[in-house]
Design a protein around this ligand. Structure first.
Ligand code: ADP
Ligand code: ADP
Length: 225
């Protein structure tokens, strides 16, 4: 597993400063929440970590190594999106197996791995169902299964619970946290929901207008003795 560190990272979109000289580290096995209002730079930060966006200045480190110098194979980072991003014409099994399939991993080891992940997420009984008919909570569990199947070192969660109803939110919060601790996956959770950040994260980084305001454990930031 690896830590993920932003060192003086900035992102400009023309005149807009989306992220300004961000210094922030997510330790190995930690879940760090990026919390702040819409437009504060959370998604941009996540996309730079994922390599979907370039940085304008600074550097992001995966362990000791700059992300910009890693090959795609060395950059074992998975993402979980707000709108699940599943393949709608495929079954639960096929969705979770997909990242292995595209890397040419097949046969019994791959099947066992998919079965193990489905078990972990309580999806075994739904393996052959088309994902289109599932509840939002089940869809997001499939998306998490697809992220976990390659045993990623880092998972980036982009507003993963936004579209779920209150009951499913509470359930998935606990489930994501359990899996994240079980696998000790270094994780960044982007959210605008303070309750969610407090319930799930080891530490919370609060952003506003592209600037990191404060960072600390939930009880340090939000509880007064
Ligand atoms: P958040 O995820 O916190 O809602 P974003 O990272 O999406 O914030 O956006 C931060 C700022 O950067 C906003 O002002 C947004 O309009 C701007 N921005 C984001 N992506 C782009 C883009 N592709 N082109 C231009 N401006 C962008
Ligand atoms: P969020 O608030 O969840 O980050 P948005 O709805 O603000 O998402 O943005 C959706 C997409 O549009 C993102 O990929 C973002 O990079 C892009 N985007 C956001 N603001 C701008 C902008 N001002 N110009 C161009 N693209 C933008």
């Amino acid at each position: 597993m690896a830590s993920l560190s932003f060192v003086s990272v900035s992102k400009q979109y023309g005149p807009t400063s989306a992220v300004e000289t961000l210094d922030l580290s997510c330790a190995e096995g930690e879940m760090l929440a990026l919390l702040g209002p819409s437009g504060c730079g959370k998604s941009t930060t996540l996309k730079m970590a994922a390599g979907i966006e370039t940085v304008s200045a600074g550097e992001i480190y995966f362990g000791q190594r700059p992300v910009s110098r890693l090959s795609p194979g060395e950059r074992n980072i998975a993402m979980v999106f707000e709108d699940y991003g599943l393949y709608p014409q495929m079954t639960v099994w096929e969705n979770v197996a997909f990242p292995l399939k595209v890397r040419g991993q097949a046969g019994q080891p791959a099947s066992e791995r998919v079965g193990e992940v489905l078990q972990l997420l309580g999806l075994r009984g739904m393996a052959d169902q088309n994902v289109r008919g599932l509840s939002g909570g089940a869809m997001q569990r499939v998306a998490i299964g697809r992220a976990l199947v390659r045993d990623p070192e880092v998972i980036l969660f982009d507003e993963p619970l936004s579209h779920l109803d209150a009951d499913q939110k509470v359930q998935l919060r606990a489930e994501i946290k359990r899996l994240q601790k079980l696998r000790r996956v270094t994780s960044i959770l982007v959210t605008h929901d303070q309750t969610e950040a407090i319930a799930m994260a080891d530490r919370i980084a609060v952003m506003n207008h592209g600037v990191l305001q404060q960072v600390g454990a939930p009880q340090e930031l939000y509880e007064h003795p």
